[in-house]
Design a protein around this ligand. Structure first.
Ligand code: NDP
Length: 435
């Protein structure tokens, strides 16, 4: 705490893990006296660099770029890049720390990392985005590589940005390798990667519901966000028989009591991915829906809640509202969207609650599958990748049950995910000695 006191998000993520892992370490002789957690909370490397770029008017801007290489005990660093004005070392360290446990849970050989910039993509032209991405990669390229560190997308970094980043890496290093994931299908991308985080979150929620003899059929579902994760969470939840009634962005949320069906979702995808518009525009197209400016969707009654926007977007009071309105299942599509108060409220009420590091691991798992396909120089079919994704999510669910089941049958998925993720990384660190 003394060393990281100025990094609240990072401390929050570490505290959540420490609460569950420290008692486990205390009970297991092999981890005693090795200061494993102390080593895990210090990034192996944190790179910060200047990104200078020129806008369409010829003005020069300077942003700060980062890469946090957190832990490489079980594989090359792996984790997304985030472009958002709130990006700082604390946020990227929290994301990189979570990523270590998440990647371990996928069963694939990937260490943990995260990076990005305080660059704000909103309102920028395609050319400006390209110039920024090229400038960012001109520095980042010397720190990454297919066997060293393999970045991917996150908030503000989607298919367009990955294309620009990959192009500059290839130009400078003069090599065509799987150095980034989330690539386009014609140049090394994997089928189902765009869908994977949203689909995986719903597969995980479905596994939780099934463990109680229940399913998505007929369930009312509240989703926050309207980006990559949210869009595909809506698609899969609807396919499994749920009715999704909300979406949001930083301007507010829309409530469509009739449900956001496939046609309406296609409108949202075009609005957000091609026209880069605001979710408020939904109600002009579908007047039965309502827009709630500056608000979050948690007061809307639902059975299942899927927070898919950003960290700390669901607080203790909002968790209470969800519980009072009958919510029985929360699966995090975003990273750490629930505050500690919200998480404890869900756990005290003993509802099904999945932390992001378990439920949103489908994205990075499919990135891992993209890396395998790149190494093998083959491309699996959509069905093949989807089957593997389903299997991985089901295996993660089983790992959470193994370490999280309590005597009364309740599963503490937070503890389950943290311990299952910890054990694999800790064992590798012990084997590799003090380095
Ligand atoms: P996108 O950039 O595609 O979408 C982000 C969405 O969240 C947008 O609707 C955005 O609204 C909203 N949002 C972002 N910041 C805020 C904020 N401060 N307040 C309110 N709304 C906000 O990102 P993704 O869908 O990729 O990522 C969403 C979450 O999922 C993040 O937590 C990310 O770390 C996590 N995640 C993503 C993975 C992936 O594969 N993409 C993998 C695992 C986790 P607006 O446009 O107004 O900013």
């Amino acid at each position: 705490k003394a060393r990281n006191g100025h990094e609240p998000e990072f401390l929050q993520a570490v505290q959540e893990v420490a609460e569950t892992v420290i008692p486990y370490i205390a009970k297991h002789e092999i981890y005693n006296g090795k200061n494993i957690l102390l080593r895990m909370v210090e990034p192996e490397r944190l790179i910060s660099f200047r990104v200078s770029w020129v806008d369409d008017q010829g003005e020069i801007h300077v942003n700060r770029g980062y890469r946090v290489q957190m832990n490489s005990a079980i594989g090359p660093y792996k984790g997304g890049l985030r472009f958002h004005p709130t990006v700082n070392a604390s946020i990227l360290k929290f994301l990189a720390f979570e990523q270590v446990f998440k990647n371990s849970l996928t069963t694939l050989p990937m260490g943990g990392g995260k990076g990005g910039s305080d660059f704000d993509p909103k309102g920028k032209s395609d050319d400006e985005i390209m110039r920024f991405c090229h400038a960012f990669m001109a520095e980042l390229c010397r720190h990454i590589g297919p066997n060293t560190d393999v970045p991917a997308g996150d908030i503000g970094v989607g298919a367009r940005e990955i294309g620009f980043l990959f192009g500059m890496y290839k130009k400078i290093r003069n090599e065509f390798t799987g150095v980034l994931t989330g690539k386009g299908l014609s140049w090394g991308g994997s089928k189902i990667r765009p869908e994977a985080t949203g689909y995986g979150t719903v597969y995980f929620a479905d596994s939780m519901l099934k463990s109680k003899g229940d399913s998505f059929e007929g369930k009312t579902v509240v989703v926050s966000g309207s980006g990559n994760v949210a869009q595909f969470a809506v698609e899969k939840a609807t396919q499994l028989g749920g009715k999704v009634v909300t979406l949001s962005d930083s301007g507010g949320y829309i409530h469509d009591a009739d449900g956001i069906d496939a046609d309406k979702l296609a409108f949202v995808m075009d609005l957000k991915n091609n026209r880069r518009g605001r979710i408020s525009e939904y109600v002009a197209k579908y007047p039965n829906a309502t827009f709630h400016a500056g608000e979050r969707p948690w007061s809307v009654a639902c059975d299942v809640a899927l927070p898919c926007a950003t960290q700390n977007e669901l607080n203790g009071e909002e968790a209470k509202m969800l519980l009072d309105n009958g919510c029985i299942c929360v699966a995090e599509g975003a990273n750490m969207p629930s505050t500690p108060e919200a998480m404890h409220a869900f756990q005290d009420a003993k509802i099904l609650f999945a932390p992001g590091k378990a439920s949103n691991a489908g994205g990075v798992a499919t990135s891992g599958l993209e890396m395998s396909q790149n190494s093998l120089r083959i491309s699996w079919t959509r069905q093949e990748v989807d089957e593997r994704l389903k299997q991985i999510m089901s295996d993660i669910h089983d790992s959470c049950l193994e370490y999280g089941k309590e005597e009364d049958g309740f599963c503490n998925y937070v503890r389950g995910a943290n311990i299952a993720g910890f054990v694999k990384v800790a064992d590798a660190m012990l084997a590799q000695g003090v380095i």
